[in-house]
Design a binder for this molecule. Structure first.
Ligand SMILES: Cc1cc2nc3c(=O)[nH]c(=O)nc-3n(C[C@H](O)[C@H](O)[C@H](O)COP(=O)(O)OP(=O)(O)OC[C@H]3O[C@@H](n4cnc5c(N)ncnc54)[C@H](O)[C@@H]3O)c2cc1C
Length: 416
């Protein structure tokens, strides 16, 4: 097989890879995207669902959020339950108007694939990149089942432990924290939609309830670190969710459990997101726990920034933005980790706390919860960080917005 070549090779078609591919293609940069999963597998994988205000605004400005805005829901309040008290945090008001959008990750991925293909892009699905090396000039060479792929740059949008990261001298490692607990993650059929994210700070461990679609909710239960999912029969899960979350009245009732798993709770930030002509974006460079719903949002923000920086370099010969990419995005990654860690600390009791001291710890947490729910600097700070207020610090140049779509005609076919 003769080697193929492209300008930017992208490994992984998750949110980071798809946004990057789309923006580069639109700016006129040749890209090749390899994804190890089949298209059906990728479009089925249910993970995130709570999207930041600024990320959706950015996607909207690029014409990539039409369906999200039509079908997604806006949420500006969450509830935190502690010692039987349910505190509503009106973060939409506290932040001055920033609210989340609720839209499943797999739907966003499906929309991004459709938009990329509509612009003439193709993705090699079911086609893992096995390894990345450098040629004599330092340019990346990717090994794929279709033969070698040569590129000016290779970007690892491959999630944690990927092949591009493995080609960094330090394997893109960096400071990490393993939390002393795990989360049981559950997707469950529900009889009515989740009206607001609910977090429960409970003597027996944290529990969470997140909106996804009208009849599916995402639930979390704190479990001991290393727990096996087999320990949790459906009845036990439903019982524990009801008890810790204080479900009743008009709350949704979790019914059929569609997916259960145990998420090993970790935070990690690579020391480097660039090594010569190799770059990283999204979970490939940093993983954050789902507590503040930040992973997908950070992945899109990285991709938007990197698209502008690569375009400026490749089409304008201006390397300044690319040289600053790592600094900008590592700073953002640490801000995200700090927020997520602070929220985890609020939502969990200290490890190994004897039962007789738990009420004291819960009472302290209730004070903190009331403070972030109240108008004032602390409430505003939490609300802005949680909702993702403001704008993405993205794409210094090059990310060219798509022209406004023509008004739909009778013959128009709805996307996707
Ligand atoms: C239960 C759960 C709930 C979450 N909730 C939220 C939320 O509400 N909000 C939020 O912002 N985040 C949330 N997250 C995090 C979010 O899902 C991730 O941060 C996000 O998917 C990261 O996007 P990415 O593009 O960087 O990586 P990924 O989505 O992991 O995509 C990487 C892709 O690369 C592919 N790949 C890997 N290796 C190769 C290879 N060698 N060759 C080719 N392809 C390869 C993979 O198959 C994958 O499709 C949640 C995560 C979980 C697990």
């Amino acid at each position: 097989m003769s080697p193929r070549s492209t300008t930017v090779a992208i490994v992984g078609a998750g949110p980071a890879g798809l946004v990057l591919a789309h923006l580069l293609r639109r700016a006129g940069v040749d890209t090749a995207v390899h994804e190890r999963l089949t298209r059906a597998e990728l479009e089925r994988a249910a993970r995130a669902g709570v999207l930041e205000h600024r990320v959706v605004e950015h996607l909207r400005g690029l014409g990539l959020a039409d369906r999200l805005v039509a079908e997604g829901e806006r949420h500006g309040r969450c509830e935190i339950v502690c010692l039987g008290e349910r505190v509503t945090v009106d973060y939409g008001a506290l932040s001055g108007g920033a609210r989340h959008w609720v839209y499943p990750q797999q739907s966003l991925v499906r929309d991004l694939i459709a938009a990329y293909e509509a612009d003439g892009g193709t993705i090699a699905f079911g086609s893992p990149v096995a390894a990345v090396a450098a040629d004599g000039t330092g340019r990346p060479v990717l090994r794929t089942a279709e033969g070698e792929l040569r590129a000016e740059y290779a970007v690892g949008c491959e999630g944690a432990h990927g092949v591009v990261a493995a080609a960094f001298p330090d394997r893109a490692e960096g400071p990490a924290r393993r939390y002393p607990y795990d989360w049981l993650t559950v997707l469950a059929r529900i009889d009515r939609p989740v009206a607001a994210v609910r977090y429960a700070v409970h003597a027996d461990g944290f529990a969470g309830m997140m909106p996804r679609t009208a009849d599916v909710g995402r639930f979390y239960l704190e479990v001991p670190a290393g727990e096996r999912v087999e320990e949790w029969a459906p009845e036990r899960i439903r019982g524990e969710l009801g008890r810790r979350l204080g479900l009743g009245g008009a709350d949704p009732v979790p019914g059929e459990l569609l997916e259960t798993g145990v998420l090993r709770m970790r935070g990690r930030v690579a020391r480097r997101m660039r090594h010569g002509r190799l770059l990283l974006a999204g979970d490939a460079a940093h993983t954050v726990t789902p507590s503040g719903a930040k992973g997908l949002n950070s992945a899109v923000a990285d991709a938007a920034d990197l698209a502008g920086a690569l375009t400026a370099d490749l089409l304008g010969g201006d390397t300044g933005a690319l040289d600053g990419y790592q600094r900008r995005r590592l700073e953002a990654a640490w801000r995200t980790q700090e927020f997520s860690d602070r929220l985890l600390d609020l939502l969990h009791l200290p490890a190994g706390l004897p039962p007789e001291q738990r009420e004291f710890a819960l009472r302290l947490r209730l004070e903190r919860i009331r403070r972030i729910a109240a108008p004032g600097p602390e409430g505003a700070d939490f609300a802005r960080a949680y909702a993702g207020a403001g704008q993405l610090t993205a794409a210094p140049v090059g990310a060219v917005p798509r022209p406004a779509a023509p008004p739909p005609s009778d013959a128009a076919v709805s996307p996707g």
